[in-house]
Design a protein around this ligand. Structure first.
Ligand SMILES: Nc1ncnc2c1ncn2[C@@H]1O[C@H](COP(=O)(O)OP(=O)(O)OP(=O)(O)O)[C@@H](O)[C@H]1O
Ligand SMILES: [Mg+2]
Length: 257
């Protein structure tokens, strides 16, 4: 009997019923069947979110719950709630996060990406220099068209650390194509330490930079991250009770201060 049940679940692709049915309380047939089906639906949902999170390739899991929005300056038409409920994603708008090192850009970008996965959206996370390296490799050795098609399947593309590493002309052009293909099709979150005026230094081509920035900022919310580095604050709070020489050393090592 149990074997037959297992076979029936397998044939019907019910992956979670076998684990759930024995432990479910039985009051009446309708409630029991509903509880078992709910367990199946919940199991599928959890697996789907796990798959989306894995495919997004976040460097770390960060959440909105442990994010302090205090350092974020919102532009008009944008708010904490608008980010948290992913209204920008539904409208295919971009979010550009600009600010000094350690001010929480990657944390917020990752947390929004994870929230999007939780709500069933396809997300891809890349550090910009890593994405450019992949694009260059696929351009040279094949597979570029397929990779770009795969990117087009996502609904949110996160480009972290724009401007940390400058790239060559072919890398800049390949990245431009990716951004261009996202334009009005899907949301992009970009984080950067550089003001738009300095983006020329990453791309080395004023015309290309202008075209890229133009596509990104049309339908975008530009957030400014203020204050001093969270990492540094954390380090200083840890050393404040120790020698002041150590504290001065930590401050001296941080170029942003
Ligand atoms: N507002 C915040 N609320 C909670 N944690 C924060 C906040 N800002 C930063 N952090 C924490 O501080 C650390 C550094 O933040 P994060 O990596 O997001 O900074 P960043 O702005 O991306 O820096 P960088 O420009 O160097 O990439 C992380 O561990 C992050 O979780
Ligand atoms: Mg970062």
């Amino acid at each position: 009997m149990t074997q037959e049940l297992a076979n029936a679940c397998k044939t019907l692709h019910l992956a979670y019923v076998m684990d759930a049915y024995e432990s479910m309380p039985f009051d009446n047939r309708t409630d029991y069947l509903l509880s078992v089906l709910r367990a199946e639906l919940k199991g599928r949902e959890t697996t789907r979110i796990r798959r989306l999170m894995r495919r997004a390739k976040f460097p770390q899991v960060k959440t909105l719950e442990d994010y302090d929005f205090e350092p974020v300056v919102f532009p008009e038409r944008c708010s904490q709630d608008m980010l948290k409920n992913l209204a920008f994603l539904k409208r295919k708008e971009n979010v550009i996060m600009l600010g000094k090192v350690g001010t929480g850009k990657t944390h917020l970008g990752t947390a929004l990406g994870a929230e999007a996965c939780r709500r069933g959206h396809e997300v891809r996370f890349f550090r910009v220099h890593e994405l450019v390296a992949i694009l260059q490799e696929k351009y040279r050795f094949g597979g570029l068209a397929r990779f770009r098609q795969e990117l087009q399947r996502c609904e949110l593309l996160i480009l972290d650390e724009m401007g940390f590493v400058p790239f060559h002309q072919d890398g800049a052009e390949l990245l431009f194509q990716v951004v261009s293909e996202c334009y009005e099709q899907r949301s992009v979150i970009v984080t950067s330490n550089l003001e738009f005026g300095q983006w020329n230094t990453i791309f080395g081509d004023a015309r290309l930079t202008a075209a890229l920035v133009d596509r990104l900022v049309h339908h975008a919310h530009v957030l400014a991250f203020t204050g001093e580095s969270y990492r540094l604050r954390h380090a200083l709070s840890g050393v404040s009770s120790k020698s002041s020489v150590h504290r001065e050393e930590v401050i001296a090592c941080n170029p942003e201060r």
